[in-house]
Write a protein that binds this ligand. Structure first.
Ligand SMILES: Cc1cc2nc3c(=O)[nH]c(=O)nc-3n(C[C@H](O)[C@H](O)[C@H](O)COP(=O)(O)O)c2cc1C
Ligand SMILES: C=C(O[C@@H]1CC(C(=O)O)=C[C@@H](OP(=O)(O)O)[C@H]1O)C(=O)O
Length: 384
């Protein structure tokens, strides 16, 4: 079983993740992991904090001469802005944050709970997902995330007709990338407000048969939804058509099935072709070989420079919500986070399916199960 835990506070000395069950034999590609961390730090609308941090992964365990051993892998990120013990207790809780419910739940101040709830933790989740990508790429599985919509303005969708890597670079919203969206972020900032958006992740190259229909907690769509929904500020998750499916008749939701007799032996889909992908690559909790499409809505950031109404925790009298500094928009960052969180869940499903302790074992099982499925189809109806 591939799993991980994270630890660390936003302004503590460091953030740590322990990844358990990661197979042996995979060469650590630091450039890939640090590249993902850099992508997460980018995007138009981020606040001052990103100018202070330079996220680079430190690997404290689980490798030997740069190759994974199968032992738990410790990933660490240093916080440059480490000042936890010097930070003051906010006088008033911020709506949209853990501040009120968390300090009652844990009987602490607001600082203790907000530090752990902070999306600073998503840096670790990206590092863990990037590690997972090192396994996925060995099997030809690619994961890409991008922005679909920001502040209600549509961004160009990714074309399904092109190989995913060539179709579109990640939509990072550097200044000038999309004048309408950049202007909307600038306007929100000037008003002391913030913007949210919709991000999408597409996984290509998945074998048929990740997840299972047989039990609720083994369903791949359910696992993806849990993982993505757990990301700070994500408020909705869809697979394929998602919510839109409810508005259409069945004939416009169900993906027809065809078969192409003339397909290569290595074809992941054994010649089966689907002209549409409304299911988003998952039917009955199981990957069906089509691209997996996960969409998520990210709420606008709740900490407002214009300071929303709140109350003083000591006197209970009205006092605007606390404000120190904040992002105005972190939707591009969310696209990178969702992408890497999805990558991890796909890798976990791979490790589970192929019961793999090593990369070699996973590759052998991958090939053997493909052959088994092909024989199953070729001899269909002949077995007693
Ligand atoms: C990449 C990223 C950056 C974020 N930056 C901020 C921020 O600067 N200020 C803030 O108030 N919330 C920020 N958030 C959102 C909060 O972490 C989140 O809303 C809060 O922890 C409450 O969790 P919930 O919205 O999931 O209920 C950010 C979220 C993400 C994904
Ligand atoms: C540090 C990160 O995001 C932070 C997430 C966050 C929050 O409340 O979630 C609040 C801000 O932190 P600070 O108060 O230090 O400016 C963001 O900068 C990061 O993404 O690396």
């Amino acid at each position: 079983m591939l799993r991980y835990l994270t630890a660390g506070e936003s302004h503590g000395p460091a953030l740590t993740a322990i990844v358990e069950g990661f197979p042996s034999g995979i060469t650590i590609d630091r450039e890939l992991i640090d590249g993902e961390l850099k992508r997460r730090q980018g995007g138009y609308g981020r606040g001052k904090r990103q100018t202070l941090e330079t996220d680079r992964v430190i690997i404290d365990s689980g490798t030997y001469h740069g190759v994974t051993t199968g032992a738990p892998i410790t990933l660490r990120l240093v916080n440059n802005d480490a000042k936890l013990e010097r930070l003051q207790e906010p006088a008033s809780p911020r709506g949209g944050h853990i501040d009120l419910a968390g300090s009652i739940n844990y009987q602490t101040g607001i600082r203790q709970v907000l530090e752990r709830a902070s999306a600073r933790e998503t840096a670790l989740r990206v590092a863990v997902g990037a590690l997972a990508k090192l396994l996925l790429r060995e099997l030809g599985i690619d994961v890409i995330g991008y922005v679909r919509e920001l502040g209600g303005i549509a961004a160009p969708p990714l074309s399904f007709d092109l190989p995913v890597r060539d179709a579109s670079p990640v939509y990072t919203l550097n200044p000038g990338a999309d004048p309408a969206i950049v202007a909307a972020i600038d306007a929100a900032k000037a008003a002391g407000d913030t913007l949210g958006g919709i991000v999408e992740t597409i996984v290509t190259g998945c074998p048929i048969g990740l997840g299972s229909h047989a039990q609720w907690d083994r369903k791949l769509d359910a696992r993806l939804a849990l993982a993505v929904m757990s990301i700070q500020a994500i408020k909705g998750v869809e697979i394929g058509l998602g919510i839109e499916a409810a508005r259409r008749p069945g004939s416009q939701v169900m993906d027809p099935i065809a078969h192409e007799a003339d397909h290569p032996v290595s074809d992941r889909r054994f010649g089966f072709r689907r002209p549409t992908n409304n299911a988003g690559g998952i039917e009955g909790g199981t990957s069906n070989g089509e691209p997996i499409v996960v969409r998520a809505s990210k709420k606008p950031i709740s900490t407002l420079a214009a300071r929303g109404p709140s109350v003083n925790m000591a006197t209970k009298s009205p006092q605007p919500a606390a404000y120190e500094r904040s992002d105005v928009c972190a939707v591009p960052a969310a696209s990178v986070i969702v992408e890497n969180v999805v990558a991890f869940e796909i890798a976990a499903a791979i490790v589970e399916k192929y019961v793999g302790t090593s990369l070699a074992a996973i590759k052998a099982a991958h090939a053997a199960l493909h052959d088994l499925a092909r024989t199953h189809l070729e001899t269909w109806g002949t077995a007693p």
